[in-house]
Write a protein that binds this ligand. Structure first.
Ligand code: MLT
Length: 410
């Protein structure tokens, strides 16, 4: 049996696995030190009480004949799909039909798997820095060419830097697919309606499919900013949208997400003609996915009750306040961080021209704080660093002080 050479030739471990390994090694050498983890964006607040109650009640019901459910529908239970459409879309002027929404176990799974719908030689574009899953999943499928000097030969990258205000520069040559994460992971920046409109118009003109990852939309504080790409006219003809309950409702361990594929979205067939992406994804899910468990979908539905909304809003506000504490500390140390206002991530240039990895090592040994080096997100992340606001208040306050002192000590 021959293995998939594309996976075998992948450059390094998955970013967050690599960080976990390095931190594990550090801990083994420094027992007794209290590390504060602000690397991976994992939530720390418990589930909203009303959500946990719905989860527990549905799980308990599984022990009774009338509350027992076997295989869930591949694309999700209608009660959850309806709640998503009503609250996340209709409330913002976007109409969707139930067969355009697919429930899944995560935006990571969906943004990673959607590439199965693309031709083997589809040209992929990503913003740089980028959430590594978009790149890795296409690299594993052999679509990105050779990896040389830290770059994939067939990957189109759209730099998003301090220099251009983190607004992607659209490539003249186009691409077949563009992945876009907004609010952005890792930079924590967000695009306005006008900026998104330019991207949508560009994609429609060139027949580029946008994979829009809105996993962090609950953090958008300004009601004028779009939370869905479908708030932009014409986007249904060009974009798939992925969203997750992980960051909006603390489901990183529970697992529930959804992907929207409008019916009018289509792609070209090799011999001429077109195919509906919605139909292709339904076909794919039918063979590859057995749905999300009933108790989890009932828990996700409870996120949309008035009580669930209020409780989750408090949790998001808690993380927002963490972000403010981190931003203040960094500014107090003379840095100019971005993000943190409409996203749980804070992005900054490293001090003294250090590489992101050098600053990672410095913060780990000097302050026992774990962050994420910008290099892990792409070439344009070099010399940058990411902190998350998902910690507990106690840890965030402690880490903010330690990071400030470490910066002042340079
Ligand atoms: C991150 O830290 O970038 C995220 O937690 C990763 C993810 O959501 O998979």
């Amino acid at each position: 049996m021959q293995v998939n050479e594309h996976i075998a030739r992948m450059p390094a471990a998955y970013l967050f696995s690599d960080i976990a390994r390095r931190v594990g090694e550090y801990e083994a050498k420094h027992p007794g030190e209290r590390l504060i983890r602000m690397g991976i964006g994992d939530v720390t607040r418990p589930l909203a009480p009303s959500v946990a109650r719905a989860f527990a009640s549905a799980a308990a019901g599984m022990a009774e004949p009338e509350g027992f459910f076997g295989y869930a529908p591949d694309s999700g239970y209608p009660f959850l799909i309806e709640a998503i459409i009503k609250n996340d879309y209709e409330a913002r002027g976007v109409s969707l039909s139930p067969d355009e929404v697919f429930i899944s176990d995560g935006a990571k799974s969906d943004t990673g798997a959607l590439q199965e719908l693309f031709a083997a030689d589809a040209r992929i574009a990503v913003t740089d820095p980028v959430y590594p899953v978009y790149v890795d999943s296409n690299a594993m499928a052999g679509r990105l060419g050779e990896y040389r000097d830290g770059k994939w030969s067939r990957l189109v990258t759209l730099p998003c830097t301090h220099g251009n205000g983190f607004v992607p520069q659209l490539p003249e040559g186009g691409a077949d697919v563009l992945y876009l994460c907004c609010p952005n992971n890792p930079t924590g920046t967000v695009l306005s309606h006008a900026q998104l409109k330019k991207i949508v118009d560009w994609a429609r003109e060139r027949e580029v499919l946008i994979i829009f990852d809105a996993a962090y939309k609950a953090f958008i504080a300004d009601p004028a900013l779009p939370r869905s790409i479908y708030e932009v006219e014409g986007a249904k003809e060009t974009a798939v949208e992925c969203c997750s309950f992980s960051k909006t409702a603390g489901f990183t361990g529970v697992r529930c997400a959804y992907t929207v594929i409008p019916r009018q979205l289509s792609g070209k067939l090799p011999g001429g003609g077109t195919a509906s992406l919605n139909a292709l994804w339904r076909r794919r899910q039918g063979s590859r996915f057995n749905g999300v468990s009933y108790p989890v979908q009932r828990a996700a539905q409870a996120v949309y009750t008035p009580e669930g909304q209020r409780e989750n809003r408090e949790i998001i506000d808690y993380y927002r306040e963490n972000a403010r504490i981190l931003l203040d500390a960094l500014r107090g140390a003379g840095r100019e961080p971005v993000g943190g206002l409409h996203a749980p991530y804070i992005w900054m240039k490293t001090p003294e021209g250090m590489s992101g990895w050098a600053f990672f090592d410095y913060l780990l040994s000097r302050a026992q704080v774990v962050g994420t080096p910008g290099e892990g997100f792409g070439e344009c992340g070099a010399g940058c660093f990411r902190l998350t606001a998902f910690g507990s208040r106690e840890n965030t306050t402690e880490a903010a002080g330690r990071v400030r002192d470490a910066l002042m000590g340079l």
